[in-house]
Design a protein around this ligand. Structure first.
Ligand code: KG4
Ligand code: ZN
Length: 350
């Protein structure tokens, strides 16, 4: 492949409009999207494998890779068709290269490399978490840095100060389970299908009594999180009742668990916002769809005169439009250019 010259990349950086074709395959969603100028979604095609993995109670990595492989080529055709563009209209190919499941990421990365080679378009390597943050640029055309971000997904839980596009400072993160991971594991023990987060969200609305499950307070003076203790407490509670043959009110368990986790997330987010002198909080990642979390943060933000931004549901969970948006801001800053040596990175820093 012609190595993309830095002069050409510099020209791209200054081009008035950028049409980016973006690919996401880090977990169990195969997604391709065409995004114009980082904020306008021309197409957003998502093929979800949730139904396939549900029977196993969670994502099976090998099955995820195979299904990405089967879906990706058709999604590309669909994404171009829906966006009403031709391959030559694409300015750059963006792809999630990490974090995520190795085999799943490789499908997207290799497809993107093939396209980049065939179309002679630059390849942009995008960090999945940056994509989740950028999903808010799509949902909120007025949103600009600086802001405080609460990143809550199946793989990450963190508080970040976003002082500019692509300028991230990690203020705190989970020391064990990510919030989504805890939701999914608690849901599983309650007999709810995968993914458990939305199921707990629904069931918790029927809960009436509070069972005392508390988040560990050993990190109370920090901006870090720990959710493995509360997850274990819920699992032990359920097992104990099962052993005694007593009935379990799953709605009460779901509600009590969700109350504690969302208290912890919302309180620390507000504290971080105040500590960093921000007046905007942006929620990112799949757990950001949680109704109790959104309601608590909305109330707390109102009380302290801050503005809350959450992505619309379809951009909250994994999608490729958010990857296209993040890539746009990479290119504008002259970042992210990759070549055919790009490989998938299951673990990368925020
Ligand atoms: O961001 P995402 O789609 O994928 C990752 O990058 O991990 O997040 C998936 C996570 C899952 O753990 C799922 O259970 C959780 O987001 N989730 C929710 C809700 N919707 C999705 N958790 C709580 N409440 C929800 N409404
Ligand atoms: Zn994600």
């Amino acid at each position: 492949m012609k190595k993309y010259m830095s002069a050409e990349f510099a020209a791209l950086k200054n081009k008035e409009h950028l049409t980016i074709l973006a690919i996401e395959s880090s977990c169990d969603e195969t997604a391709i999207s065409v995004v114009l100028d980082g904020r306008t979604v021309l197409s957003n095609i998502v093929s979800s494998q949730i139904e396939i993995h549900r029977r196993f109670g969670g994502v099976v990595p090998e099955i995820a890779s195979r299904n990405h492989l089967m879906a990706i080529s058709n999604l590309y055709d669909e994404a171009l068709k829906e966006a009403k563009i031709k391959p030559e209209d694409i300015d750059a190919i963006a792809v999630t290269y990490g974090a995520g499941l190795m085999g799943a990421l490789l499908v997207g990365v290799n497809f993107a490399k093939g396209l980049s080679y065939a179309l002679q378009k630059p390849l942009i390597a995008v960090n999945h978490v940056h994509g989740h943050i950028a999903s808010n640029y799509i949902s909120h055309p007025d949103l600009q840095p600086p802001f405080l971000c609460l990143m809550v997904s199946g793989g990450h839980t963190a508080l970040l100060k976003i002082s500019d596009y692509n300028k991230f400072k990690l203020l705190g993160s989970t020391v064990d389970d990510a919030a989504g991971e805890a939701f999914d594991k608690v849901a599983r023990v309650l007999g709810l299908p995968y993914p458990g987060g939305p199921e707990i969200d629904k069931l918790a609305k029927e809960g009436k009594n509070n069972i005392k499950f508390t988040v560990s307070n050993s990190l109370k003076d920090t901006l870090n999180f720990s959710f493995s203790g509360i997850k274990t407490a819920v699992i032990n509670y359920v097992h104990k009742l099962e052993q005694r043959g007593e009935e379990i009110c799953t709605a009460d368990v779901a509600r009590s668990f969700e109350e504690s986790v969302t208290d912890e997330l919302s309180e620390k987010a507000i504290r971080a916002m105040k500590m960093t002198n921000q007046n905007k909080i942006v929620i990112a990642g799949g757990v950001g769809a949680n109704s109790m979390l959104q309601a608590k943060l909305a109330k707390k933000c109102k009380e302290c005169g801050a503005k809350l931004y959450a992505p619309v549901l379809k951009y909250c969970t994994d999608n490729a439009a958010m990857i296209g948006s993040a890539a746009y801001y990479y290119i504008r800053k002259g970042m992210g250019l990759a070549d055919l040596g790009l490989t998938a990175m299951p673990n990368i820093d925020l």
